[in-house]
Write a protein that binds this ligand. Structure first.
Ligand SMILES: C[S@@+](CC[C@H](N)C(=O)[O-])C[C@H]1O[C@@H](n2cnc3c(N)ncnc32)[C@H](O)[C@@H]1O
Length: 189
């Protein structure tokens, strides 16, 4: 099916709250494979992901000043060469090798993001969406309240199959406010 054209719709920079970062990590911790933050801002989610063992951790960010700031934070944390911040348009990067995806974007672009995630993510991938849920996908878990809330979605379906060493370990959310909603369903149809 041809993909819908993403309309020009700027997504402003708002850093994830400390709780939001915690919730993203609680949904991704223990998993394997490449972790990416799409629109990584000042890099806080990527840095936190790297620190909790999600490696490699990569941030894609359009704003060069934010890419620079993210690298400065990584340098101050002694992780400059361990994390990767790239000045890239998230709509143009391939997600085919990404098993853990964090997003905190505006609701106006999320329908288009669903299309991209569905078309590109491999089977076994997990998406953590902060503050706003993906509009039509069924979450497997929800953590937190209000502005700090994060929804998790699993990809089960027609994506490329995993090599045995790439099979992600399922995270066990630790937050008391986690609700596991239902068994994962295919997001790839
Ligand atoms: C709400 S902020 C989230 C920042 C970070 N993920 C966090 O949680 O702290 C959204 C970020 O997406 C970036 N962004 C918007 N459109 C983008 C695009 N097409 N490609 C890459 N980054 C983009 C913005 O510059 C902004 O830094």
């Amino acid at each position: 099916m041809p993909r819908r054209q993403v309309p020009y719709s700027p997504v402003p920079y708002i850093g994830a709250s400390a709780r939001q970062v915690e919730h993203v990590l609680s949904l991704l911790r223990g998993r394997r494979g490449k972790t990416v933050d799409l629109g990584s801002g000042d890099g806080r989610i990527v840095l936190a992901a790297h620190r909790c063992g999600l490696r490699p951790a990569v941030g894609y960010e359009l704003n060069p000043w934010l890419v620079g700031l993210a690298r400065l934070h990584a340098w101050r944390a002694g992780c400059l060469h361990s994390v990767c911040y790239l000045r890239e348009d998230l709509w143009k990067v391939s997600l085919r090798d990404c098993y853990n995806v964090s997003v905190f974007l505006a609701p106006s672009v999320l329908p288009f993001l669903e299309d991209k995630l569905r078309a590109e993510l491999p089977t076994g991938a997990r998406v953590a969406s902060g503050r706003f849920p993906l509009p039509t996908w069924q979450p497997v878990a929800v953590v937190g309240e209000g502005f700090d809330r994060v929804w998790a979605y699993d990809i089960h379906g027609d994506g490329p199959s995993l090599s045995p060493w790439e099979v992600p370990v399922q995270a066990t959310p630790e937050s008391g406010s986690t609700s596991i909603l239902k068994a994962p369903i295919s997001q790839a149809s």
